[in-house]
Write a protein that binds this ligand. Structure first.
Ligand code: FAD
Length: 649
């Protein structure tokens, strides 16, 4: 067990004993689908995920106007907590529980188990697309990295896509703060980078102090954490003392923030944070579980489409529930377009082919899908290097760590990936390589017909790439093996991966069947633009360089997968085509943008052409940000709650 900081924190937590994430489990009473359907709600929220639970909390808290709120979610909820959700190691750092019965990913009790269509640029491979199918949505199964993007990326939402000043960095900042309670990182001898001074950690004023989600820092380190951060400095890159002030590039000196409650060591997520026992006890809020919303019910008397309720299926039985004021879709960027299309809002030709009555012909529904694709590389490190592989190699250590976590919420079981930060393309490429890929991009775009939205997006992307300031490639270090190859017993590994933050490829998600229980066709169109493959290739080269940085280089033995024969651009491109996966951050499929650019929702989140239908989830993000997106989705939902309350009052 490492000495120093982590051990001290562990000792003090041990003295305090663990706190419970949930205030009390006693007030949660599950509503039956028939009782839910018989209720009279002002507002129905479809999807009790990240955005949905923020809305459920804030709207039901309001007394002006006082609202009765109903939430329909397809998943389950255990108010007593669930180790697979709560304990961080079972997710991002886990190797011990890396199979379908002991992990949330790939487990139908937690995961929608969606898949992409075959990807032509990835050798025809079908990719897994996990999404949370449980109250709290994807925040119940995700990797807990908590980060904001760059100021310019949010400013584009307001200024370039016609959404106004409220949807810029400064318009969103109060809502980033509102969602979080931030605990600062350690300083001095206890810090991740020993000797970090108080002036080198983020000022508390940049963060929230009273919000539902706990954001904090790891207190447990392996031998690879600080070494991997320092390796980037030995290669000439700066460190970032405050990655959440609108300048998010390069490795954070204190490690990346994560959504973990430092008082308990448990995941802090949309259900545990926004649906506490006191919220569960509100008699104006009902959540119906295990219920798949299948379509919106429209008022037959209204000329402008007006939502008066939602149809849902529970245990094979169909119900309808009425909403007198507002229906909000928060089913996520891959499922909200499906519900819109099933309800008659989408491309008229597609809907007619499936015999779905057209309510609004809106071909842009489900288009503009943008994601963050990932490539990973594994290396063996010297025997005896302290990595998380010890949890599989040493039963005594595993048992000790389990006991420590049970007693204090600290130790290896509280670990989440903390070495990650974004790098501008120009910072990892030679001027000649960058110039070549940029001119190839210009040639490829010549004569291509772009939608008005794409034109704006591509102009921005080119200027951001050329400017050399906006992060494009996000390396991440996992101090263990098992991600690219089967680890050998007794050996230790490092996995270095990266995801691309700004693709030019544009994908889509659409229904292919009128059956509401069928999965939609998800087509990220990964690497369909050569520039994306070129940028991904630069990322691959960066991984190779990263492990040569001191002091990490002293620990690394050599590559496992891809092996040492992968060297040239062509080698990397073959490897990328064979191994690329999603980082699980799809956005943009119901974009918030002006109508003439092809937006689906307006700046108040209303679906264009409808009276009282809103979308609030990751799908409304018009162009992605250079960070994992949960903090952004929480901020969007917090802002949306204010807008909805204004609209309804
Ligand atoms: C494996 C994984 C790892 C990730 N890692 C990170 C990370 O480390 N950091 C980060 O910032 N982001 C991460 N993300 C991304 C982030 O979690 C999501 O982008 C974000 O939570 C999406 O929020 P949402 O509200 O749009 O959708 P969700 O949170 O997915 O919520 C959608 C909800 O709608 C429900 N639903 C869907 N369809 C229906 C229907 N028809 N009827 C009823 N209910 C329905 C679902 O059950 C779910 O509860 C990760 C995501 C995944 C899946």
């Amino acid at each position: 067990i490492p000495e120093g900081a982590a051990a001290k924190v562990q000792a003090s937590r041990l003295a305090q004993g663990p706190a419970n994430t949930f205030e009390s489990a006693e007030s949660f009473a599950e509503v039956t689908p028939s009782a839910f359907a018989a209720s009279k709600f002002d507002v129905i929220i479809v999807g009790g995920g990240t955005a949905g639970m923020v809305l459920a909390n804030r709207l039901s808290a309001s007394r002006n106007p006082a609202l009765k709120v109903g939430v329909v979610d397809a998943g389950t909820f255990n108010p007593n907590g669930d180790p697979l959700i709560d304990v961080p190691i079972y997710n991002s750092g886990s190797i011990i529980l890396n199979n379908s019965t002991t992990s949330t990913l790939g487990n139908p009790a937690y995961d929608w188990m969606l898949q992409s269509v075959p990807q032509p640029a990835l050798n025809g491979r079908v990719l897994n697309y996990p999404r949370g199918k449980v109250l709290g949505g994807s925040t119940a199964i995700h990797a807990m990295v908590w980060q904001r993007g760059e100021k310019e990326e949010y400013d584009a939402w307001g200024n370039t896509f016609g959404n106004g000043a409220g949807w810029t960095w400064s318009g969103l900042l109060p809502y980033f703060r509102k969602s979080e309670t931030w605990t600062p990182p350690r300083t001095g001898d206890d810090a991740l980078l020993e000797g970090t001074t108080p002036s080198q950690i983020p000022p508390a004023a940049d963060h929230g102090s009273n919000g539902p989600i706990h954001s904090s820092y790891n207190t447990f380190e392996t031998a690879l954490d600080a070494a991997s951060i320092l390796a980037t400095t030995s290669l000439g890159h700066p460190l970032n003392d405050n990655p959440d002030d609108g300048t998010s590039t390069f490795m954070p000196r204190s490690g990346m923030t994560r959504s973990v409650d430092p008082n308990t060591g448990k995941r802090s997520y949309a259900a545990s944070a926004y649906y506490t026992s006191s919220v569960q006890a509100r008699n104006n809020l009902n959540v119906v579980l295990n219920s798949v919303a299948t379509k919106i019910i429209w008022d037959p008397k209204s000329k402008t489409p007006k939502a008066i309720g939602v149809e849902f299926v529970n245990n094979g039985q169909t119900y309808t529930v009425a909403a007198s004021k507002q229906v909000i879709l928060s089913a996520g960027s891959l499922k909200t377009p499906q519900i819109l299309e099933l309800s008659g809002i989408g491309d008229a030709r597609r809907l007619q082919q499936l015999n779905i009555p057209v309510v609004i012909d809106m071909p842009q529904v489900g288009e503009n899908m943008i994601d963050h694709p990932t490539t990973a590389a594994g290396y063996q490190v010297k025997d005896g290097t302290f990595t998380l592989d010890i949890l599989t190699n040493n039963q005594t250590f595993l048992d000790e760590q389990q006991a420590l976590y049970d007693a204090t919420g600290t130790g290896a079981f509280s670990y989440t990936a903390q070495v990650t930060g974004s790098f501008p393309l120009k910072s990892i490429s030679s001027p000649a390589a960058y110039a070549a890929m940029r001119s190839a991009l210009d040639s490829a775009l010549q004569g291509t017909t772009l939608t008005p939205m794409q034109q704006k997006q591509y102009d921005l992307l080119k200027s951001w790439a050329d400017g050399g300031k906006i992060g494009w490639v996000m390396p991440v270090m996992l101090p263990r093996g098992g991600l690219t190859s089967l680890p050998e017993a007794g050996k230790s590994y490092i996995t270095v991966a990266f995801y691309q933050l700004h693709e030019f490829s544009r994908g889509s998600v659409h229904i292919n069947s009128a059956d509401p229980l069928a999965s939609p066709l998800i087509d990220p169109k990964y690497m369909s633009m050569q520039f994306d493959l070129d940028a991904q290739t630069l990322g691959g080269h960066f991984l190779r360089t990263w492990v040569t940085g001191s002091p990490l280089s002293d620990l690394v033995v050599g590559p496992t997968v891809p092996d040492a024969s992968v060297v040239t651009d062509a080698d990397w491109q073959n490897y990328i085509r064979a191994s690329l996966v999603t980082t699980h951050h799809p956005i943009g499929t119901t974009a918030m943008a002006s109508k003439n650019l092809g937006g689906v929702v307006d700046p108040r989140l209303n679906v264009y052409g409808t009276k009282n239908l809103k979308v609030v989830d990751a799908g409304i993000i018009p162009m992605t940000v250079g960070a994992p997106i949960q903090a952004t989705v929480y901020a969007v939902a917090e802002k949306a709650a204010d807008l909805i309350l204004q609209d309804l009052s």
